[in-house]
Ligand binder design. Structure first.
Ligand code: GAL
Length: 679
């Protein structure tokens, strides 16, 4: 059984860089971590030079000396492979491993992820260093697991080197077989882009007006994902040969253009995430219109949960943000370190490791503060970590528990990626995802994300309502899966622009909504963006007024469908805006616009899924509610993101596990305070 995520306890860790500190500090640091309640450290992820200072020369003594101490003192270690920062000797000798930007300019040594995943020599050198490290260090007692690379696709998810073009061609040959098929899928007849030889095909390059073929960019994004995944698998296949029983392989994320679900399935034992909610308070982000601030990280954690229901946090915010060049943000206020730790746990983390133990005194990250400042003196943050440890000791029962939600927002990678490259798609996607998330948060309705290509009918049946806001790219199989879910009693709510594209990203010539027309009994004879001068366009749904957003599909019922709502303004006043269709035991809705927060809230309320804990708890909007359940019980996390105290109405007496007190009636929750209630 793994030393973390064992289903019995919540475990704390930190990130440590033995190479940043004089060796005489190691023992004192380790002893102090252990006395603080930190049991695990992650090391070595940027330290290639310490084990291969020259090409082909391997030296193990540096980490051996450090790991001897860990073995002696009983600190557990996650060892990182160093491939995010190839050494200077490597990039100097093999410049083809360097990444190139879209203008054709090569990135140089000095930062990180300056490499590409596809240069054969980089893959060879990666294979060699990972083999050497795994062979040498994996048998050690203190090692409990491995982290592959660091944050795949962080810093950049765009790769334009020659090695990438060569690998892209292979990817496309494998996918399409012939150039004719590629030309069809990419619609190259448009603007005379037709390829007559594979050598003419490249990763996207600089074009006039930066308007690259969208079908090519969609395939390119799939290619970047596949490259990152295969780079991860290359490493995990090696490490797995040397892994001690019970030890694990993970990597930390979560970044764009990467199918994290598939990567986890094929290469990892579980997924870990790096959570930095203090980004919400960056000095250059004050104008943000996002009203969720640090609560927005719950959305990222919801994504992480969809990959791995019980997961780890490899890097949890413990101090101020800041590279010397960007991202400056204040020190977390008293209580926020605890709040953000609990936010992670509330969503399914059973392991939380703080970034980092000591703040770096050199390099780009001198302002990215850890638990300790430069001097290592006792401070408020280490005191808070000690207090967190005491709190976690009271939450053993929560370990292994799954987040419980009756509502999910349905996604898939094709649509995620298409929405990024396609403005029409992106505008509605961003609007609705944010609105549905915010509505669920403010009505205390636990919400999951479900990736349609990584789920099953049985998993879907666990939800009462699925929101599918804008699955523009839709396939017959996905439509069938959703139909089977509805037949079995589920409710699906589609938003505008559903199913107008196929998997190549080309628009279908069917009447819209394409392959979901039979399920929704809907027909869309006309559609438009809501014009900027249209004023407020609303939808009247049986007396409830919903504000339409961004787009209007004029949607009318076909046989069996019911016209539930109409637009109230502009030239389409009186045209259909919402159609429902009873299918089997369930119902499908087609809502012709994008969701605002209040519209999403109306759906949650009318469909009877808002506030599932309303009988037990009365909660103000400023707090988040999550529920984790296992055979030991149901645990409600109540998290106050406000700096001021709030009142929680406890309608059925229950115990706060953190204090042991039985709560009932109006109870005060401090600013940044957390309750964990046994329901
Ligand atoms: C993370 C990264 C760390 C460190 C931290 C602060 O994204 O994994 O290595 O850079 O951010 O910038």
């Amino acid at each position: 059984m793994s030393a973390i995520l064992d289903g019995n306890r919540l475990v704390l860790g930190t990130c440590y860089y033995p190479e940043h500190w004089p060796e005489r500090l190691w023992r004192e640091d380790i002893e102090r971590m252990l006395s603080t309640g930190i049991e695990v450290i992650r090391i070595a992820e940027f330290a290639w030079n310490k084990t291969e200072p020259e090409e082909g020369v391997f030296t193990y003594d540096f980490f051996d000396r450090f790991l001897d101490l860990c073995d002696e003192l009983g600190l557990k270690v996650i060892f990182g492979t160093p491939t995010a920062t190839p050494p200077a000797w490597l990039t100097e000798r093999y410049p083809e491993v360097l990444n190139v930007d879209v203008d054709g300019l090569q990135f140089q040594h000095g930062a990180r992820r300056h490499y590409n995943y596809n240069a054969p020599v980089y893959r060879y050198l990666t294979e060699r260093i990972v083999t050497k490290l795994a062979e040498h260090y994996a048998p050690r007692k203190c090692i409990i697991g491995w982290q592959i690379d660091n944050e795949l696709n962080c810093e950049t998810d765009e790769f334009h080197s020659e090695a990438d073009s060569a690998a892209f061609r292979l990817f496309l040959k494998d996918k399409y077989g012939t150039l004719e098929a590629l030309n069809r899928a990419w619609g190259t007849v448009f603007w005379n882009q037709t390829y007559t030889s594979w050598e003419q095909v490249h990763v996207p390059r600089k074009t006039i007006s930066n308007s690259t073929n969208p079908h090519e960019v969609l395939d390119y994004t799939r290619f970047v994902s596949s490259s990152a995944r295969s780079f991860c698998k290359l490493q995990s296949d090696i490490i797995r040969k040397y892994l001690k029983p019970g030890d694990f392989i993970t990597t930390n994320g979560m970044f764009a253009s990467l199918d994290n679900h598939q990567m986890t399935d094929e290469s990892l034992d579980f997924y870990t995430y790096d959570s930095y909610p203090n980004f919400a308070y960056c000095l250059d982000a004050w104008r943000s219109t996002d009203t969720m601030a640090d609560r927005r990280w719950s959305r990222n954690l919801t994504e992480v949960r969809s990959i791995c229901p019980v997961f780890g946090i490899m890097e949890q915010q413990s101090g101020a943000n800041g590279w010397n060049t960007r991202m400056e943000a204040p020190t977390p206020r008293p209580g926020q370190l605890t709040l953000w730790t609990m936010q992670s746990i509330a969503h399914g983390a059973d392991f939380v490791s703080y970034f980092r133990w000591r703040t770096a005194t050199m390099g780009t990250e001198i302002y990215w503060h850890g638990i300790l400042d430069y001097s290592g003196r006792e401070n408020r943050r280490i005191a808070e970590v000690r207090a967190v440890r005491e709190k976690l000791a009271k939450l053993d029962k929560v370990a292994g528990a799954r987040y419980a939600a009756e509502v999910a927002l349905v996604k898939d990678y094709d649509n995620e990626w298409d929405a990024r490259l396609d403005k029409w798609h992106g505008r509605v996607a961003w609007q609705s995802e944010q609105a549905i998330f915010n509505a669920a948060q403010r009505t205390h309705t636990p919400l999951d994300y479900v990736y349609l290509d990584h789920t099953s009918l049985d998993a879907l049946k666990g939800y009462k309502v699925l929101f599918c806001p804008h699955l523009s790219i839709m396939t017959g199989e996905k439509a069938e899966l959703l139909e089977a879910y509805v037949r079995a009693g589920g409710t699906v709510v589609f938003g505008c622009r559903t199913a107008y594209k196929d998997v190549t990203g080309q628009c279908v010539m069917d009447k819209l909504p394409g392959v979901v027309a039979p399920l929704t009994a809907a027909d869309i004879p006309e559609y438009s963006f809501i014009a900027p001068d249209a004023g407020t366009v609303t939808v009247d749904w049986g007396g409830d007024t919903l504000e339409a957003a961004v787009f209007a599909d004029l949607v009318e019922p076909t046989e069996g469908g019911v016209r539930e709502g109409v637009y109230t303004a502009d030239y389409y006043a009186g045209a259909g805006a919402l159609v429902s269709h009873q299918v089997g035991e369930g119902k499908a809705y087609y809502y012709g616009t994008a969701f605002t927060e209040s519209a999403a809230r109306t759906f949650l309320e009318k469909l009877g899924v808002a506030e599932p804990c309303a009988e037990a708890l009365e909660l103000p909007e400023g707090v988040e509610l999550t529920v984790r359940k296992n055979e030991r019980g149901a645990f409600a996390f109540v998290l106050n993101y406000l700096k001021t105290p709030v009142t929680i109405g406890v309608k059925k007496p229950c115990v706060d596990l953190l204090t042991g007190e039985t709560l009932s009636g109006d109870c005060a929750l401090a600013g940044y305070g957390v309750m964990v209630l046994a329901l």
